[in-house]
Design a protein around this ligand. Sequence first.
Ligand code: ATP
Ligand code: MG
Length: 490
Amino acid sequence: MTIKSVINLCKRVFSRKTSKTIAKTTPKKNAKKSASNKTNIATASFDNPLVFSRDQHPVSRQLLSPSALKVLYRLNKSGFDAYLVGGGVRDILLGLEPKDFDIATNATPDEIKELFRNCRLIGRRFRLAHIVFGREIIEVATFRGHHDNASEQDKSCKKTSKQSEDGMLLRDNIYGSIEEDAERRDFTINALYYSTKDFKVYDFANGVQDVKDKVIRLIGDPETRYREDPVRMLRAIRFATKLDMQICDETKAPIKELSSLMANIPAARLFEEFLKMFIAGKAVANFEQLRSYNLFGYFFPAVEQALNQAPEEQEFLLAFIKLAMENTDKRINNEQRVTPAFLFAALLWYPLQKHIQRIKVTTQLTPQDVFFAALNEIMPEQQRSIAIPKRFQAVIKDIWILQEKLARREGKRAFKTFEHLKFRAGYDFLLLRAQIEGTTELNELAQWWTDFQEVTNDARIQMIRGVQSPQGTKRKAPRRRRKPNSKPTE
Ligand code: ATP
Ligand code: MG
């Protein structure tokens, strides 16, 4: 049985069983069962969650990764509480395959580390444990508590709890109970906990109903929650596009007004969010949503500025970005490889051309120096928003440089360009440019390189012979070397 068919089976079971009575209880030991035990329309509260027994939900151990199960079992065996939480539960309820498995526990990070040799503790703002199983990482977080309830000692310890003037949580390492942890989660659909002890799903915020209704609803007061962590605005959009859900009005309302909070997100974190937004198969939808909430500019200030200029000023920009994103989405959905560098290169290509034009007319630099001068303006400016790792910066530069190289094919140049490590990315980029700009010159160039890859070596040499060097670029005949003992001429 494939994982998909198991999920489908569970989906059917889930839709059949949830009309049954839902028990309302609490994971707190010795807690009383709720009086509303027998009602059909039970609602959850943080002290009194809805509890779905095994026959009322589709989460089964078969759908969890063996590594996630190992972590859950070992924590339980060692006397700790441990639950699968967040996307792992939510996605199975939706009949989807979870992207990863996150676990919440009452064990502290140090206690977790003691239990697993393959454990790394990460994060300062939000300290958690990564248990590494080859390529799979199981994220284990200790139950978070409320900062107000924290002891004076914890509150005054900057390593444990710290808040900025804007209300942003700079350190979120106050630990608490599962009830508090649920309240500290972002959306109702993410405050669902599955236990491998009793196989029940605990729903603290009516998340199961919101999963069914396809609603993204922030837990608590939206403004406070966005202030604590502005990334939640991005997460609301991302879950809505990824899961084909609607953001409810209260959750949606403050986003535009609070968009400036995005400036507080560190550039390294915004790179991570960029990947989740744009390199996960929903780039076009996320791009449109981000623009409509005035959030896109915090990722790419220069691009947003250009997009807001008069249409004739930004001729190809919007179409080019969308085409590059459509391509990225298609490749991801076909399980082909993609590099984030390609999308960065596409987003910044026309703004780069603007810099090039300006530098060209204001300086006497060679074309190559003009390019590097423009690069040195645009990249540091972009880095202030998104910390693009060096390895991707190098590829972005290669893709751009290749655009010039692909145009110059005389002599040995075409073969050298063809051997370039990033030839394929540069060529794909050229195809997109040709598609957008549609000039005869670019179309012919793109076709030339398509043919070049398909023909024999001899035919390639013939093709190169047929290329006319661009005006003014023809190499001069090499100068005759002077004899070493000849006298210099005056
Ligand atoms: P996916 O992994 O499919 O993107 P997810 O919901 O599992 O979705 P993660 O980023 O893996 O998202 O986070 C795991 C869980 O941690 C979330 O479901 C949520 O409960 C909680 N969480 C993550 N980020 C935040 C945040 N910024 N504020 C509050 N809770 C968060
Ligand atoms: Mg997850």
